[in-house]
Design a binder for this molecule. Structure first.
Ligand code: HSE
Length: 344
């Protein structure tokens, strides 16, 4: 298929994808016959631009990274809202990367619904809509016969959604246990190295790991959203975010971290989901883990999941859990998956 992408949200993650599309253009064309054009971009801060004949990705990156707005793009329609962009750009895929809102999923939820209703496929890294309305969105996508892919919502570009829903087909997933939030893992590691909580949080924000509102990370909401997504998509759960028992790392002191270390333990924020008698439950808790637990050895912004199934020994996946390049790659892998699906 000839991809005609409309971006709604053009922050670091969308720019990460755009950079990959530029850098890997020849490889993707040669290896997969991947043919892709960006026809519209709408961003609340950077402005919007639409040109049905295609936009130059390098120029978009330049404008987004300097103080110039996308309105400075030389040719095309400007000033469209995100909804107008989705409806008018004649795109066939929406790339939705607006900010995560775990209260009502907006504005991403409306963007995704509108795109599916209009007949677009959707790729997204936005956790809000997928954590809050997974079943509703999947049903809508099925009705509209469109693909909704969200690999980057959990473990960023490290594959876990496609692993659970496609690669492990035929297995029953009994439990998932993991470190799903990069910011808190980074903070706990830095505290172990002697930094204060505040210093470590500031560093995580500067590196772009933390959410716009970092309380989502440190109070455990982000990890709770991710375990909800994994439970629903990978374990056939019917979980709501509010069903997840949740703890964060607020209140954990450098002393707690050092005390744990001197006892040969590490404090980690662990998210887990268990299937029992057809029911899936999930929790996010801070735990003192012994060194024998693989999760105790996951450093910095890395994430990990341990997947237990009914057919083989546990599977462990470790990889980056945050960062624009990794999340940008998640979107690319989703686009390539759509391409494979449509050319089946
Ligand atoms: N704030 C998130 C984290 C970003 O720290 O893991 C990736 O979802």
């Amino acid at each position: 298929m000839k991809f005609r992408l409309a971006f709604v949200g053009f922050g670091k993650v969308a720019q990460g994808l755009t950079e990959l599309l530029v850098r890997k253009h020849d490889q993707l064309k040669h290896d997969y016959g991947f043919d892709c054009r960006i026809v519209a971009v709408a961003d609340t801060v950077k402005g919007s631009i639409m040109n049905k004949r295609g936009l130059d990705p390098e120029r978009l990156l330049h404008l987004a990274r300097t103080d110039e707005s996308l309105r400075a793009y030389p040719k095309g329609s400007k000033g469209l809202s995100s909804i107008e962009t989705i409806k008018k750009a004649e795109a066939n895929v929406l790339v939705e990367t607006t900010w995560t809102n775990l209260t009502d999923g907006e504005p991403g939820l409306t963007h995704i619904k509108t795109a599916l209703i209009e007949g677009l496929h959707v790729v997204t890294t936005n956790k809000g809509p997928i954590a809050l309305a997974y079943h509703e969105l999947v049903a809508l996508a099925e009705r509209r016969q469109r693909q909704l892919r969200f690999e980057g919502t959990v473990l960023s570009g490290t594959p876990v959604i496609s692993l659970l829903t496609e690669t492990l087909a035929g297995s029953t997933i009994n439990s998932i246990r993991g470190i799903l939030n990069g910011t808190t893992n980074y903070i706990l590691g830095e505290m172990e190295g002697g930094r204060t909580y505040e210093e470590a949080l500031r560093a995580a924000q500067e590196r772009g790991y933390a959410e716009a509102d970092s309380s989502g990370d440190v109070e455990g909401w982000d990890a709770a959203a991710k375990i909800t997504i994994l439970s629903n998509a990978g374990m056939d759960g019917r979980l709501k975010l509010a069903d997840v028992h949740r703890e964060g790392i607020v209140g954990i002191t450098a002393r707690d971290v050092r005390d744990a270390a001197s006892a040969g333990m590490r404090i980690k924020l662990v998210a887990a989901a268990y299937a029992e008698n057809g029911k899936v439950t999930a929790q996010v808790t801070h735990e003192r883990l012994p060194e024998t637990d693989p999760l105790s050895r996951i450093p910095g912004v890395m994430n990990a999941v341990i997947i237990s199934t009914d057919v083989q020994a546990d599977i462990i996946v470790v990889g980056p859990g945050a960062g624009a390049d990794s999340a940008g790659y998640a979107l690319l892998s989703d686009l390539l998956a759509i391409d494979r699906f449509l050319t089946k």
